[in-house]
Design a protein around this ligand. Structure first.
Ligand code: PEP
Ligand code: MG
Length: 565
């Protein structure tokens, strides 16, 4: 048995034979043409047919209209345009047949950019290669269909495009294993949408073709020629996985209510636009946290107002009226970006980060606020501010917002005036002044990841002190209760977007405290809905009563474990 470790882009277990997928290669004949105009026409007609095919394919395959479909199609079309000009120039200058011109242009571009490791460029090249293969197919009568054979297989390949994935028969595709690609790539998103396990960064080998394998998307492991014991263990794991998924599927379309009928919102946390597909597929009621700093982390320079506007608008539109809470830039500490030119700090988590950067580098903050207020015209956007420690900060934020609105008005740029504003409660200071903060904003969201770190004085990323990092500590639990009560006093919503919202042990406690919104990762949405449905308010109160008497995190854990459902 050979074992390979990669990155699991989507969880799940697949057991079956490997099919090594080689990209199709075409032998193209070159000949001289006499009528350039006619050849250009032949090429343009083929291009139109390819675009129609793509459009058709994306419409048929995409479960969520207007998300992946539009993104992929646009990219393909975009790529097609510049590529088209290059091909036409080869036809005109070298007087060669169009299929040959496509092939040489494609090869030339691939050669030029081959060494670049930038994921965005790789993806563009994949799109360009895919379009050219289709064009060659059209012009030379070769169809780029991908035949997976009769039996379901695990497809192993160097890299894959979303369209190649779509060309494959879904009933025959059990899992996908690639060498290149990131879990943010469109192909990985497609794999998630198609609900098949995906492994990336495996050093794939065409020699594996036909061999028995297991893909474990949970641990990112590929087993080739598994031994009997591994086979037994993994078969059981697959069965358990299937049972869980079937159970959760039944919850789709159902309301989020406790056993005693209280309505609770289950929202999703996202890092970028491409996560929205999974959010909708898992039936989330909205987005409780859009970590906008990912936009900055992915870029090599400050994202412009237009770039940000396009992303926020698209997310709001794709969510079609459902709430989208976008958190302003939370950079610094463990999220560093070179182009910000931040100094090295002794205690970065306690230093220059998040709202502190925004309030001192106003130009960065204002660019984001302008994009947000403009995008709010296109959906149900709320804005949330991270790392708040004082009412003064909220006043400063409001003053900057007033400036931004004034500027937009003077420039005649449309924006939404009454956007809801909220703050993350994730510092002990904000807990202690939560009553005062609640008078200033429209909603709270409890950031338990940082709240635990700051309350316990334990670096959330330091494994040496990880045993002290516990949301079950009475100090954290009492803080959460206090925050939710402060919100209720002022009649504003209290949500939670830290990881604790997805912890099933905490569900009764959070219900009892009166939490109105749980925001969790897309894959935890249905599980959280299931947990919420298991508790009546009275039963949850009983658990909370016991927990509130505890002095240690061990006691809290023990009680929560005892009542776990
Ligand atoms: C949190 O701190 O709980 C939170 C949701 O934000 P982040 O994990 O991005 O710091
Ligand atoms: Mg935080």
């Amino acid at each position: 048995m050979d074992v390979y470790k990669g990155t699991g882009a989507f969880s799940g277990i697949a057991i079956g034979k490997i099919l090594y997928y080689h990209k199709s290669e075409y032998q193209m004949r070159q000949y001289e043409i006499t009528d350039v105009k006619t050849e250009l026409n032949i090429f343009r007609q083929a291009r139109t047919r390819v675009m129609e095919q793509l459009e058709d394919l994306y419409e048929k395959n995409c479960i969520i209209q207007g998300t992946q479909a539009e993104i992929f199609l646009r990219q393909n079309l975009l790529e097609g345009k510049s590529f088209q000009r290059a091909i036409e120039s080869v036809i005109q200058s070298e007087k060669v047949n169009s299929a040959y011109a496509v092939m040489t242009t494609r090869d030339e571009m691939l050669k030029t950019f081959r060494t670049l490791e930038e994921p965005a460029i790789k993806e563009r090249l994949d799109n360009m290669r895919e379009i050219s293969d289709r064009l060659i197919g059209e012009l030379g009568g070769i169809s780029p269909r991908i035949d997976l054979g009769d039996e379901p297989v695990i497809v192993v390949t160097e890299s894959i495009t979303p369209t190649e994935l779509m060309e494959m028969d879904k009933d025959k595709l059990m899992a996908i294993v690639t060498h290149h690609g990131s879990d943010m790539s469109h192909a990985a998103i497609m794999a998630k949408t198609m609900n098949i396990p995906a492994l990336l960064e495996i050093d794939t080998d065409s020699e594996w073709d036909g061999r028995q394998a297991i893909v474990d998307g949970y641990t990112g492991t590929l087993y080739i020629d598994p031994d009997e014991e591994t086979m037994k263990v993994m078969t059981e794991k697959r069965e358990e996985d299937r049972r869980q998924k079937t159970l959760l599927e039944e919850l789709k379309g159902k309301e989020n209510v406790t056993l005693s009928g209280q309505k609770i919102n289950v929202y999703a946390n996202i890092g970028n636009l491409s996560d929205v597909g999974a959010v909708l597929k898992n039936d989330a009621g909205g987005i409780g946290l859009f970590r906008s700093e990912f936009l900055y982390l992915e870029n090599s320079d400050f994202p412009t107002e237009e770039q940000q506007f396009a992303v926020y608008k698209q997310v709001a539109e794709n969510m079609a009226g459902k709430k989208v809470i976008i958190r302003t830039l939370d950079i610094g500490a463990d999220k560093q970006v070179d182009y910000f030119g931040l100094d090295k700090e002794e205690n970065p988590a306690l230093g220059y980060r998040a709202i502190r950067i925004c309030l001192t580098r106003k130009e960065i903050f204002k660019t984001q606020l302008r994009a947000l207020y403009r995008a709010a015209m296109f959906g149900n956007i709320s804005i949330m501010f991270p790392m708040i420690i004082s009412v003064a900060e909220v006043h400063e934020i409001k003053a900057i917002i007033a400036e931004v609105k004034e500027e937009l008005k003077n420039e005649g740029i449309p924006f939404k005036d009454d956007v809801e504003l909220g703050v993350m409660i994730e510092t002990p200071a904000s807990v202690m002044i939560s009553r005062e903060l609640a008078k200033e904003v429209d909603f709270f969201s409890v950031g338990t990841n940082d709240l635990t770190q700051y309350t316990m004085a334990v670096d959330r990323g330091n494994s040496k002190v990880a045993y002290l990092y516990s949301v079950y500590n009475p100090a954290v639990i009492r803080s959460i209760k206090r925050i939710i009560s402060a919100a209720a006093n002022e009649n504003i919503i209290a949500g939670m977007c830290g990881e604790a919202a997805a912890d099933p042990l905490l569900t009764p406690l959070l219900i009892s405290f009166g939490l109105k919104e749980f925001s969790v990762n897309a894959s935890s949405i249905l599980r959280t809905r299931a947990q919420i449905a298991k508790w009546t308010k009275a039963e949850a109160d009983k658990v909370a009563d016991e927990v509130m008497k505890c002095a240690t995190q061990e006691e809290v854990y023990e009680i929560l474990k005892r009542y776990q459902r």
